[in-house]
Design a protein around this ligand. Structure first.
Ligand SMILES: *Cc1c(COP(=O)(O)O)cnc(C)c1O
Length: 341
C-alpha cells in the first residue's frame, strides 16, 4: 500500500478529508450493520435531535505505526465502554461495544494510506461519534440515530520541544454537580468555548476548572485530566463525579504503579493543596501528558518546582514510558495494543 504524499512531520491538528468513513444507522429500534462510505458529508432533517436539543456524544483515539511497522491503536475497548456509558446518560441507544471496535478497525484499514509512518511524530486521529438524526420538536429523545467514525492525520502535539503550560483558574464552571461532566458529550464543549476564549485572550494556555458546587476542589481542564506529583514522588489524581474518566490518565496510573513502582492515589484534591505539589501534568489522548509549569488564580501565582523550562522528572518518565508502550519499544500490558494491520 502506498502512503499519501503528505509532509508528515509538519502536519497541524486539523481536519483533513480522508478516503473512507464508517456509518451505521439506528432505526425501528435497532442498529443496522453499518458500512464504509466515501461521502464525507452528513445529510439530516432540519429538525434532527442533534440540531435542536444537542443529543450528541463522541470519542477520540489514535492509530499509528509502531517500531515494527504494524498499524495499531491504543485500548479501543475502553473508548467503546465509555461511549456506551455516554449514550445511556443522554438517552441514546448504545452502540454495541464489539461493533464499535470493529468499526474502528475497518475505518483505519480502509484509510491505511493515511496512517503516518513510525518516527514522524504524527498519528491518525480517529473520531467515533453518534448523534440524533431523527426529527424532534417536543423535548424528548429522538427515534433515529447515526453512528459514524472518521479519521484524519494530525501532527505531533509538541512541535519544537515540550514546554510547560500556564493555566488560569476559570471563573466559569465546566459541568454541573450531578450533570454531564463525566460523559464525553459535545454539549460540555459548547458551554466551555467562552471560558476557553477568555483564558486565551488573557494569555493562558488552558483553564483549570474547580468543582462547581464548592469551588474548592480541582476538577480538570475541559479536555484533559490533572495528574500531580507530590514532593515525595507520589502520584495524585483528582477524583470527582463530574470529571471525564480519561483513558490516558487511567493508563498513566497503571504505568506509574506497575512500571515505575510509584505510589498512586485517586482522591479529591483541594485547590489549596496544589502549591505543595512538585509537578503537574495534563493527561489526554492528544498529548499523552503535557507538563504544567504555572497556575494563576487571580493575584495568586503558583509555579511548580519543576518550573517553566522542562517537564518535571516524573512527568517525563511517565510520558516516555507510556509512549514507549504505545509505539512498541516497551512491552505493553495484555490487551492494550490492538493490531489493525
Ligand atoms: C476526552 C477528554 C479527556 C481525555 O480523555 P482521554 O481518554 O485520555 O483522551 C479529558 N477530559 C475531557 C472533558 C474529555 O472530553
Amino acid at each position: 500500500m502506498e502512503k499519501k504524499d503528505l509532509d508528515w512531520g509538519n502536519l497541524g491538528f486539523g481536519y483533513m478529508t480522508t478516503d473512507y468513513r464508517f456509518v451505521a444507522n439506528y432505526k425501528d429500534g435497532k442498529w443496522e450493520k453499518g458500512e464504509l462510505i466515501t461521502d464525507p458529508n452528513v445529510t439530516i432533517n432540519e429538525c434532527a435531535g442533534i440540531l435542536q436539543y444537542c443529543q450528541e456524544i463522541f470519542e477520540g483515539l489514535k492509530a499509528y505505526t509502531t517500531k515494527d511497522g504494524d498499524i495499531v491503536c491504543f485500548r479501543p475497548d475502553m473508548n467503546a465502554e465509555r461511549m456506551y456509558d455516554s449514550a445511556k446518560r443522554l438517552e441514546m441507544p448504545p452502540f454495541p461495544k464489539e461493533e464499535f471496535v470493529n468499526a474502528i478497525v475497518e475505518t483505519v484499514k480502509a484509510n491505511a494510506a493515511w496512517v503516518p509512518p513510525y518516527g514522524s511524530g504524527a498519528t491518525l486521529y480517529i473520531r467515533p461519534y453518534m448523534f440524533a438524526s431523527g426529527p424532534v420538536i417536543g423535548v424528548k429523545p429522538a427515534d433515529e440515530y447515526q453512528f459514524r467514525v472518521f479519521c484524519t492525520p494530525v501532527g505531533p502535539y509538541f512541535k519544537g520541544g515540550i514546554k510547560p503550560l500556564t493555566l488560569c483558574v476559570s471563573q466559569f464552571d465546566r459541568a454541573a454537580p450531578r450533570g454531564t461532566g463525566h460523559i464525553k458529550a459535545g454539549l460540555n464543549y459548547a458551554m466551555s468555548l467562552h471560558a476557553h476564549s477568555v483564558a486565551h485572550a488573557n494569555g493562558f494556555d488552558e483553564n483549570m476548572f474547580l468543582d462547581p458546587a464548592t469551588r474548592t476542589y480541582v476538577e480538570e481542564t475541559g479536555g484533559a485530566n490533572f495528574l500531580f506529583v507530590t514532593k515525595d514522588g507520589e502520584i495524585v489524581t483528582p477524583k470527582s463525579d463530574s470529571i471525564l474518566p480519561s483513558i490516558t490518565r487511567r493508563s498513566l496510573i497503571y504505568v506509574a504503579e506497575h512500571y515505575l513502582g510509584l505510589k498512586v492515589s485517586h482522591r479529591p484534591v483541594k485547590f489549596e493543596e496544589i502549591k505543595d505539589f512538585a509537578e503537574c501534568g495534563l493527561c489526554g489522548t492528544a498529548a499523552v501528558i503535557s507538563p504544567v509549569g504555572r497556575v494563576v488564580n487571580g493575584d495568586e501565582v503558583i509555579t511548580f518546582p519543576s518550573g517553566m523550562e522542562e517537564p518535571g522528572e516524573i512527568t517525563k518518565k511517565l510520558l516516555d514510558t507510556l509512549t514507549g508502550i504505545q509505539q512498541g519499544r516497551i512491552e505493553a500490558p495484555e490487551g492494550w495494543i490492538k493490531k489493525i494491520l
